[in-house]
Each structure stands twice: as C-alpha cells, then as structure tokens.
Design a protein around this ligand. Structure first.
Ligand code: NAD
Length: 418
C-alpha cells in the first residue's frame, strides 16, 4: 500500500507553510477541506439488478472564489484521494491566479465494465445527490479520469432539468454545442507542453534534440505527446493501463492517435508498427529520456523507483504522481520536477475561460482561447521559476509557497467568520 494521497498533499502544504513561516492557525484552516459529502448512488443496471455506488464531492476552499475541480470515475476512488485532489485544485487555482477555490469529486466504479446507459444513469443520479452543493456561483465540476464531455453534458442537462432553465455555467469541459469552450479538450496537454518548452528554454536545450516518455494516454497524456511532438521533440515511449510502447527512433504519434480513436475503450493495446517494442509501464518510467510526463494517476514515482528514473525533467501532467520521498531523491539527483499544480493547470485555466464565456453568453474563437492560455501559463511558469531561484527551493516548493501565500493572504483579509 503506497502513501495516502491526502497525507501527501498535507506534507506538501506543511513544507511550504514552514518555509513561509505561516501562522499556525491559518495553516490549520488550510489543512482541512471546508466540506466533504459522501453520497450513495443507486443505479438500475441494464439487466435489472440494482447497484449502489459511493460518490464524493469535496469542497476544499471557497476563500478565493467558488470551488472548482473534476469528477473522477475509478475503482480506487476514496474520500482521501478526493480530498487530496481538491487541495491541489485550491493551490493550482491560486498559483495561476484564477478566481476559484478548489474542489473535486468522484465515484468508486469501473466505467469500463458498465454500458454507456448505466454510466449515464449513474452520472445523473450522482448529480442530483450533489445538487445542493454545485452551481455556477458555488462549485463547478469538470472532467477528470474516465470522464469527459458527455459526462459533463449529462450533468449540465440534469441540473438544467431541476432548475427549469438551461444552466451551462454549472460545469466546464462540456461539448462545444452546449457551451463548451474551443481549446478546452487540448488545454491541459497544451499547458504541459508550454511549461516543458519554457523550462527547456531556461536550460538552453534545443527542443528538437529532446526525447520524451509519456505515461497515460488519455486526455492529458495524448495531447501532451502530440503537442510536444509538434514542437519537434521525439516521443520514444507511451503507455496506458493496457500496455506500453517504446521506439528509440521515435513513435509515430499521429498514427497512434488514429489507432486509439477507434480501439476498444480507446486503449493502446493491439497497436503495432515497425521498430516498436512492447515494454512494461514500470520500464516506461525508467526509460533513458530527457523528459518524463506522468499523465495517469497518483504515486507512480515513489521511493522504490525514483533512483532508477533517468529523465532530468519530469513534467507532471497527472495530479500527485510523485511522492514526497521520491521528490527528495529526484532533487538530490538534480532532476527538475515541474509540479502538477503548475504543469497541468492549463485545464482549469481554460475551464475558467469556459465559465466566463457561459456566464456572458459570448464565445471566443480558438485562437483567442489559446492565446490567453499561453499568456497565463508562460507567466505562471516564469513566476514559479524566478521565485524558486530567488528562494533557493525546488519548483514544487516554490509553486506551493506562492499558492499557499495567496490563499493565506485572502483568508487573513476576509478574517475568520464570525
Ligand atoms: P483519462 O481518463 O483521459 O486518461 C487516463 C489515462 O491513464 C488513460 O490512458 C489510462 O489508461 C491511463 N492509466 C490508468 N491507470 C494506469 C496505469 N496504472 N498505468 C499507466 N497508465 C494508466 O484522464 P485524464 O483526464 O487524462 O487525467 C490524467 C491525469 O491528469 C489525472 O491525474 C488527472 O487528475 C490529471 N488532470 C487532468 C486534467 C483534465 O483536464 N482532464 C486536468 C488536470 C489534471
């Protein structure tokens, strides 16, 4: 059993709070979610059986604005995982300076073993169970692992049915036809690419000579791989839950994307091409590459394998992929970790753009979305890079210190109610 993700998030907060010499009382407030809801989600399955799934919505912080964070469908979802993810959302939104707090949700289930109709009924019932908490002005869900635009479309429709009017601003990551934003699907991967590109610039590395391995080939991983390949990087390894592939001469990302578009559950399994070797997920993490992009789940780089990780740059597409022990080992080895709350913030930045567009019923073209995203991400990268250098801390501590300070200042200015 690996480290509990909420324990991990707590350790990261403690480290930043100590370096900031944060008031202990303020730290106590920031160490707990404001509200956590557990719900039972009964679903009539296609064969007439009734299943009851457990779902969660955690509102970690409303200090800087409404809660914001994705909904995950996965067999390993726990309350502590959702709490950790909600904490990271809080720091992420503060770091990139968008006016949100942090939240997260999830259902413990295996969507791959369910029909689309079962997933839809589960989503609608879950939405109703968390209805008292969500709304454009208080808590705005979005997609995460194993959820996507259709999940958000069903949530938006369910809320709209209860409200009696069309309520697009209640979720982000919707289909474009329902008020989704152009560029949202690609935004997290685009942010990973921008941060990686900016770091390579600071290190005077030629992007065309860079090799990359990507763990997880879902929304974040596949787009990160595609956009890094477009920049000229050589993507030599990719993996997902089904398998992992390696080609030292570079994988054909366009061809792989075409393959997963139509493969079963959009998985890599079954893909083959000349020069491509099938390896294990563990081997992928320790490939001799310049950049490793973990873009699957938490705790994949641990004290057990961190020594063997050869990449000198780790761009965290996933939330919480590196444990605090592994962080120390990577630092000692001189590797640079672009922390999750910075590297994968592109998704929530574009979700914010979607929410703003929905509230104003005025939509931007893709160029404008990408241009604004580029500005926010490169500015945030720059702030973290400069601050970390100035304070002589690694980028995770630098990013956490900047973020926690912003939330703490907002809390101090508001005061503790009543
Ligand atoms: P997704 O469901 O689209 O993709 C997840 C991928 O991880 C899939 O390819 C899956 O097969 C793979 N995976 C699962 N278990 C694995 C394992 N044991 N080994 C290797 N691969 C495995 O999810 P996503 O939206 O791409 O999210 C991935 C990560 O990025 C998560 O940590 C999520 O919280 C984070 N994230 C997502 C967004 C977003 O906008 N979707 C934004 C910020 C952060």
């Amino acid at each position: 059993m690996g480290i509990n993700p909420f324990e991990m998030a707590t350790q990261q907060l403690e480290s930043a709070a100590e370096k900031l010499k944060l008031d202990k009382g303020i730290q106590k407030v920031l160490s707990q979610p404001e509200r956590a809801l557990e719900v039972a989600v009964p679903v009539v399955m296609d064969d007439g059986r009734i299943e009851v799934f457990t779902g969660y919505r955690v509102q970690y912080s409303t200090i800087r604005g409404p809660c914001k964070g994705g909904i995950r469908y996965h067999p390993d979802v726990t309350l502590d995982e959702v709490k950790a993810l909600a904490a990271w959302m809080t720091w992420k939104c503060a770091l990139v300076n968008i006016p949100y707090g942090g939240g997260k949700g999830g259902i413990k289930c295996d969507p791959f073993k369910m029909s689309e109709a079962e997933v839809r009924r589960m989503t609608r019932r879950f939405t109703v169970m968390i209805l008292p908490l969500i709304g454009p002005e208080k808590d705005i869900p979005a997609p995460d692992v194993n959820t996507g635009p259709s999940t958000m479309d069903w949530m938006m429709d369910t809320v709209s049915m209860f409200k009696g009017y069309c309520a697009p601003g209640v979720v982000t990551g919707k289909s474009i036809e329902l008020g989704g934003s152009l560029g949202r699907k690609e935004a997290t991967g685009r942010g990973v690419m921008i941060c990686t590109r900016e770091l390579l610039k600071r290190l005077n590395k030629d992007v065309k000579k860079i090799t990359v391995a990507v763990q997880g080939y879902g929304n974040v991983g596949s787009i990160s791989a595609t956009l890094l390949a477009e920049q000229g990087c050589r993507i030599v390894g990719v993996s997902d839950v089904s398998t992992a592939f390696y080609n030292p001469n570079g994988l054909n990302i366009r061809e792989i994307n075409k393959y997963v578009e139509t493969s079963k559950n959009h998985l890599l399994k079954g893909y083959s091409a000349k020069g491509v070797e099938e390896i294990t997920n563990e081997e992928l993490l320790t490939l001799d590459v310049d950049v490793l992009v973990p873009a699957a789940l938490e705790s994949v780089i641990t004290e057990k394998n961190a020594k063997k990780v050869k990449a000198k740059i780790i761009s965290e597409g996933a939330n919480g992929p590196t444990t605090p022990e592994a962080d120390k080992i990577l630092n000692e080895k001189g590797a640079i970790v672009i922390p999750d709350i910075l590297a994968n913030a592109g998704g929530v930045v574009c979700s914010y753009f979607e929410w703003v567009q929905d509230l104003q019923s005025f939509f931007w073209d893709e160029e404008e979305v990408n241009h604004r995203l580029e500005n926010v991400m490169s500015k945030s990268f720059n702030e973290v890079w400069n601050f970390s250098k100035e304070k002589k801390v690694d980028m995770r501590n630098g990013a956490m210190m900047l973020a926690v300070q912003k939330v703490a200042t907002a809390l101090q200015k508001r005061g503790i109610f009543p």
